[in-house]
Design a protein around this ligand. Sequence first.
Ligand code: S3P
Length: 428
Amino acid sequence: MSDILIKPARAVSGTFTVPGDKSISHRALILSAMAEGKSKISGLSDARDVASTRQCIEKLGIKISSLKGGIIAVAGKGKYGFREAKAPLDAGNSGSTIRLLSGVAAAQPFTTTITGDESLCRRPMRRIIEPLEQMGAHIESNGYKAPLVIRGGALRSIDYASTIASAQVKSCILLAGLYANGTTRVTEPSPSRDHTERMLESFGVKARFSQSGAGVQGPATLQACDVTIPGDLSSASFFLVMASLLADSEITIQQVSVNPTRMGIYDALSAMGAMIQASPAVILQGEPRADLSVRSSKLHAAALGGSMIPRIIDEIPVLAVAATQAQGVTTIRDAGELRLKESDRLAAICKNLSAMGANIRETKDGMIITGPTPLHGAEIDSYDDHRIAMAFAVAGLIASGETLIKNGTCTEISFPGFFGLLDRIRHD
Ligand code: S3P
């Protein structure tokens, strides 16, 4: 990984797309692999995390090929069409890969070992181990952390009341539930993203879902389906914030996912006074998509907490940068989950924004930011966390002087073309 130097920009402008949604891409690969027949996926994310999912599935014996026009074909062999991998699966940096695939591995008549990089091996896995064991799987772990050795077998359905709002946990259990007899239900304290539930319907499986949770009826059979993936709103959010903060800026990002469970960034920025607009949405395979336009505006502070948090969980780093330029005191509460992401994001945001001159205080489950405060360039630690690197690239654009982002190229985890796109739309 290399460092990245960010110089201040005067403005950004243009109309462009961002890569396919990462969460939807993982699910498209996994459900296609479980389905009977060939599925074609358009707009699959080129993120390193998604490549990890693809490689894991291939190691489980599923053929995936790249066709013309960036289309990916997955030759699904049904939900028992996997074969035992010869070596441990490597989920790399990707929580979605390890947690979702664990739900599938738990039901296979063989053993699967899944591991990942140093960051992934620090992240909590008890949240999936406990429900999968209740369903009948046997999982060995390193103190509830990866590597996981999953001894799969016949599963029974469960009613699971998750204490955390996590789409990765919910999806893991629902995928396992597709193999169990009866209804598997998951409830959660606030709604998390619902891409698995929506996509299951496209693959011919009726998933029931509401504000409080989701359920599937097993055993279920998935039929191959063609999926067109919308742009990733989480990747778009860095551009939405930079265009709001830099004077004389106006951008349009085309065909971005506007799934309501992900739209917290739109709602939060609107509440802060951003001039942001969405075109009428088009729904394909259950997922709405629209063009988002935003132009420069003066922002004011907001209070972010409660059920809003799962809807902005990946956007809090860049929203914190926006808050430094907003008039008043922005509070972020109930966001303790951020300490358990690719890095401790609460600590990373507060340490780095303080180094750039922001008025920010870290709390147990969030932060308090008083603005507006001019930022100055500094040496920033990305903590090898893609969303920290991109949030601080945005901070660097609005700061005076130069900002050096250590290991800034970790952006490849979710958005390999991030810095190239930034160079194309910036004006100095
Ligand atoms: C994801 C869910 C979220 C999110 C992550 C991707 C998914 O994690 O932070 O980047 O694809 O389901 P949690 O569900 O654990 O909060």
